[in-house]
Ligand binder design. Structure first.
Ligand code: FEO
Ligand code: CA
Ligand code: CA
Ligand code: CA
Length: 675
């Protein structure tokens, strides 16, 4: 899309104060309007959403927990147009649903069933709420609305057929009853961050998919001598692990039974059961947002882990592309995929997006990051030809596909650096530097058991306020990476910490290392993206540590570059039997009122996520995820006890149950968002 040079002063808006209101707060001169919420119909014949738990047919409605999102322009004629700014498609993730126990309680009449077996009618609603949606939006007479009967509207759920692509497609690890040739699977699940490829397609990361599957108590015994046990454990599925919703108990049909991945689940002949179902989750999936007849492709070359966003290096003709990705779990890794093919300018306007995706995303090398204490770092290739991987004692890799499917184990084998939960990443269009949200890590320690502090993850505290979410690194930080001279294919990089999340009153020498003031203090960065029209960096929070003072928020920032700050040495005192020690870290230039400013605060119990602008920068789409998630299911019959009634309390839709929703932000004077 064309990039307009800045015309207005950026960050000229007045900072939004911290807020506990059950509403969306934006700066004076801006308007936030609700556009598209959980349950909204996506076809002409789908009934209006009643929001009382009686609705069904979620395959034809907006899903739940709106998350990452990208905008794809349409011209006035309804044809794809990279510069289309008054009409376009939003492709977005529907990550999960709000539950305390098994049931997604806001979508069932009486809150639903929290005992097993789960009724099929409830399971069908819940599986229909997950996945992705594509919805047309347009500006008519200055007002944005979604188009209920658009032919582009699409739902993909966690049961929709998807193609496996790249090195692991067809591998023995992918063979299931559903796909004897191991080339397809059902559904995309727990989709979190997103991205846009240089050829214009939509990519979505599958994150906490593991928790939806169950294993019987005796499954380790049933799998005795089978290395799959090590893989299942490394991805969080111990024998006897209960599934998040109990979907496996919905009935005998495969669409329920497939959620029990025990070896004895359906048969024991080694081929035709569900034991490998989970190997087909955990990828970056690619979609052509303009063509709902094309199946999603799971890009196995980019590795299997708890994906968030996928951020592409700025394309350079004749050079490979880099794709940066995080694995959002405590002490997991940062990854980079480098394409085998070099960028060709003609691919910016492909005739077949997914075929172009095959070209760039099915062949290449996957690397994992190892950070040095001196501000340097290395990318280590995850290859079956690496002796540390081929000879790894923890798991016997069969081939390169096995390395990709079990990327976490390969990262362990090469001693990659354990990070404070890498969430979204994004590339600065001004200089190519890569920014990663490290949201928080309750398992980071300065002494005792856990993962010890280090340069890129240098903070660990114990129970600052007597709350469990205050342990370790509760406020998170934003790390940035500058590639070596070879750009995206560099083997080495340098790094610093752009911003440390903190409460503004916290100790500036130990906690508030970026000198945040009350107009910009935040905790637990998660959503993170540069908008091309302004070059601003948007930071969104998913916080539990500072929510006694403020709901989750979104900030706008004008960052500098790696190395613009200083070295800071954190001194950890001797505690108990541990000896005193020091950790050096590198902190970017301190925040100022001109470089970081709070732009929006959301309603109660929500997370802010998803950042997508129109190409002219005059509309910004943002998602409000799971407002009211702290509501006790026992209070489902008493709306007065919901912790949030948004967006109904803002005049949107029927009922009072809270709903995840997309909002659109415009500036009253018609200017660009962030000015
Ligand atoms: Fe879905 Fe890591 O947030
Ligand atoms: Ca996230
Ligand atoms: Ca998060
Ligand atoms: Ca969430």
């Amino acid at each position: 899309p064309p990039v307009t040079p800045p015309a207005e002063k950026l960050l000229a808006f007045g900072a939004v104060g911290k807020s506990l209101l059950d509403s969306v707060v934006v700066p004076a001169g801006y308007t936030a309007s609700i556009l598209y919420a959980l349950g909204d119909p996506l076809t002409a014949s789908t009934s209006a959403f009643k929001n009382d738990g009686s609705d069904a047919d979620y395959e034809n409605r907006a899903g739940d927990h709106h998350d990452g999102m990208e905008f794809f322009g349409l011209g006035a004629d309804g044809k794809p147009s990279a510069s289309g700014a008054d009409r376009g498609l939003l492709a977005m993730n529907h990550e999960a649903t709000t539950n305390q126990a098994l049931s997604s309680f806001f979508i069932h009449a009486n809150g639903g069933t929290n005992t097993l077996p789960r009724p099929a009618v409830e399971v069908d609603k819940e599986t229909g709420l997950h996945g992705i949606s594509v919805v047309e939006v347009r500006r008519t007479g200055g007002k944005w609305e979604y188009v209920k009967d658009s032919a582009f509207n699409r739902r993909v759920t966690c049961l929709t057929e998807c193609e496996l692509s790249g090195p692991a497609a067809g591998n023995a690890l992918m063979v299931t009853k559903y796909s004897p040739d191991g080339k397809k699977t059902r559904g995309t699940l727990n989709n979190c961050g997103t991205g846009k490829t240089p050829w214009g397609s939509f990519v979505s990361g599958e994150e906490n998919w593991s928790g939806y599957f169950t294993r019987d108590k005796n499954d380790d015994t049933a799998r005795a001598g089978d290395k799959s046990v090590a893989s299942l454990k490394r991805y969080g599925r111990n024998a006897g692990s209960a599934s998040r919703h109990g979907w496996e108990t919905g009935g005998a049909d495969d669409k329920y039974a497939r959620w029990n991945i025990s070896k004895t689940g359906a048969s024991t002949d080694g081929k035709d059961d569900y034991r490998n179902e989970m190997n087909a989750m955990g990828y970056i999936v690619e979609a052509d947002p303009y063509n709902k007849t094309r199946a999603l492709k799971k890009r196995t070359a980019l590795g299997r882990y708890a994906h968030e966003s996928a951020a592409f290096s700025k394309p350079v003709v004749g050079q490979p592309l880099g794709v940066y990705m995080g694995d959002d779990s405590r002490n997991e890794y940062i990854y980079k995929f480098v394409t085998e093919e070099v960028w060709a300018a003609a691919d910016a306007t492909p005739s077949d997006m997914l075929k172009t995706g095959d070209k760039y995303l099915d062949k290449g090398k996957l690397y994992v990051a190892k950070f040095g204490a001196d501000g340097s770092g290395q990318w280590i290739e995850l290859s079956i030809n690496n002796a540390a991987i081929a000879g790894y004692a923890g798991y016997k890799f069969a081939d390169q596909a096995d390395v990709l499917v079990n990327a976490r184990l390969a990262g362990d084998a090469v001693g990659a650096t354990k990070m404070d939960r890498p969430e979204w990443c994004t590339v600065n269009p001004a200089n190519g530097e890569i920014y990663f949200s490290l949201t928080n890590n309750s398992g980071r320690v300065a002494a005792g058991s856990g993962t010890l502090v280090d340069g890129p993850n240098p903070r660990a505290y114990t129970d600052l306020k007597g709350k469990s979410e205050q342990k370790g690194n509760p406020n998170g930080h934003i790390l940035r990476i500058k590639e070596g001279s070879a750009g995206a294919s560099s083997a080495t990089f340098s790094w610093d910490v752009y911003l440390f999340g903190a409460e503004s009153g916290a100790d500036a020498g130990k906690v508030n290392l970026s000198n945040l003031t009350a107009d910009q203090d935040f905790s637990s960065p998660d959503g993170l993206a540069f908008t091309p029209s302004t070059g601003l960096l948007w930071i969104q929070t998913d916080d539990g540590a500072y929510t006694d003072v403020t709901n989750c928020m979104m900030l706008a920032a004008i960052p500098g570059s790696v190395g613009d700050g200083k070295k800071v040495t954190l001194d950890y005192p001797a505690a108990g039997t541990a000896a005193a020690f020091k950790v050096d870290t590198f902190v970017g230039k301190a925040a100022t009122a001109d470089t970081v400013k709070r732009f929006l605060v959301g309603p109660v119990d929500c997370e802010l996520t998803g950042i997508a602008e129109t190409p002219d920068g005059k509309a910004l789409f943002v998602n409000i995820q799971h407002p009211g998630e702290g509501t006790d299911q026992a209070n489902i019959g008493d709306p007065g006890k919901y912790t949030s009634q948004w967006p109904a309390n803002a005049g949107y839709g029927a009922g009072k149950r809270p709903r995840s929703a997309t909002i659109v932000i415009t500036k009253n004077d018609g200017g660009r968002i962030g000015s």
